[in-house]
Design a protein around this ligand. Structure first.
Ligand code: NAP
Length: 289
């Protein structure tokens, strides 16, 4: 009974921490952290840093003083980003490496190599992902399988590689980039994509539960972005509540810096939409997907 009560209190405290994040104004919060250069001497590893959210997160973390370990397949872009960041922030160190996350062995090799470069990795952002997914039963199994592998199995390998480093260090912050599409099963081209992101969120929650159980000082954050205009949705028509990459990434980085367990970003409207999605009939959820 006492155990149950303790859990309830802890849970409530956690919820209020996440609610406290909803009150954060990302730009102001990041400005304050920027002044303090909170990242000084720390390293963030980001996968899928060659475009979109990964690229912009690298810029924002660099501004906060973090060293960066960035990877993706398009190394020409990573090289450009490395030059830009080291020119703008001469005190930080940026290293880039080629990584195709569908090569699981390579994930472990690249993460280990970054650990050797920097001696300590303080945060891993599991961000690399693809948006291709097709209606089920229309003969596009190969596309859906590939999406499931990149967005879930590769993400699992990244979590494993990151957590091995964190367990050895006895410290670290694992961040997974899920999606608002994880809130419910979605129709059309979103079915497999949403399922992979729900799987990823569940995986992260399980790792968080394990950290609670074993009392290890490793944080785990799950970020649920709403629609943010990047290469992943280049050809999509206007999307509900969409924001530009600058606005969206500021909200993501603010949530990561606050080390929340979970956050829908930008908080408004997505934390409300998220609750609605969880409880509304599927026919209504269909209309906002
Ligand atoms: N934009 C949104 O509205 C939105 C909303 C919710 C969640 N998300 C999630 O946010 C993450 C970033 O997406 P984004 O919007 O920034 O899209 P993006 O601009 O297309 O970026 C995707 C990144 O993932 C990398 N990537 C893809 N396949 C890879 C592979 N096989 N190996 C290594 N890296 C790979 C890409 O790098 P290379 O091609 O150079 O390898 C690129 O850097 C994804 O997980 C996405 O699902 C996005």
């Amino acid at each position: 009974m006492q155990h149950k009560l303790f859990n309830l209190v802890t849970q409530t405290a956690k919820q209020s921490k996440d609610q406290a994040y909803s009150a954060i104004q990302p730009a102001r919060y990041l400005k304050a952290r920027n002044k303090k250069q909170v990242g000084q001497g720390k390293t963030v590893l980001i996968t899928g840093a060659s475009s979109g959210l990964g690229e912009e997160m690298a810029r924002l973390f660099a501004e906060l003083g973090y060293n960066l370990a960035i990877c993706a397949r398009r190394t020409d872009r990573l090289e450009q980003l490395t030059i830009e960041l080291t020119d703008s922030y001469p005190t930080i160190r940026v290293e880039y490496k080629a990584l195709d996350v569908s090569d699981y062995d390579a994930i472990f090799k690249v993460f280990k190599a970054f650990k050797a470069d920097f001696a300590q990795i303080d945060r891993v952002v599991v961000n690399a992902g693809v948006g291709e997914s097709r209606r089920i039963g229309k003969g596009r199994f190969e596309t859906n399988r590939r999406t499931a592998e990149i967005n879930f199995v590769s993400a699992l390998a990244q979590c494993e590689a990151g957590m091995q480093i964190f367990r050895a260090q006895n410290s670290g912050h694992l961040v997974v980039i899920s999606s608002m599409s994880a809130m419910r099963g979605l129709p059309k081209h979103m079915t497999t994509y949403g399922a992979t992101k729900a799987g990823l969120a569940h995986l992260a929650e399980g790792i968080r539960a394990d950290m609670l159980l074993t009392n290890l000082p490793i944080k785990v954050s799950t970020i649920y972005p709403g629609y943010i205009r990047t290469e992943i949705n280049t050809n999509a028509k206007p999307l509900p509540f969409e924001v530009d990459v600058d606005t969206g990434t500021k909200a993501i980085v603010a949530a990561i810096e606050a080390e929340v367990d979970e956050a829908c970003v930008p908080s408004l409207p997505w934390s409300i939409v998220g609750q609605a999605m969880k409880h509304l009939p599927l026919s209504v959820v269909n209309k906002i997907s």
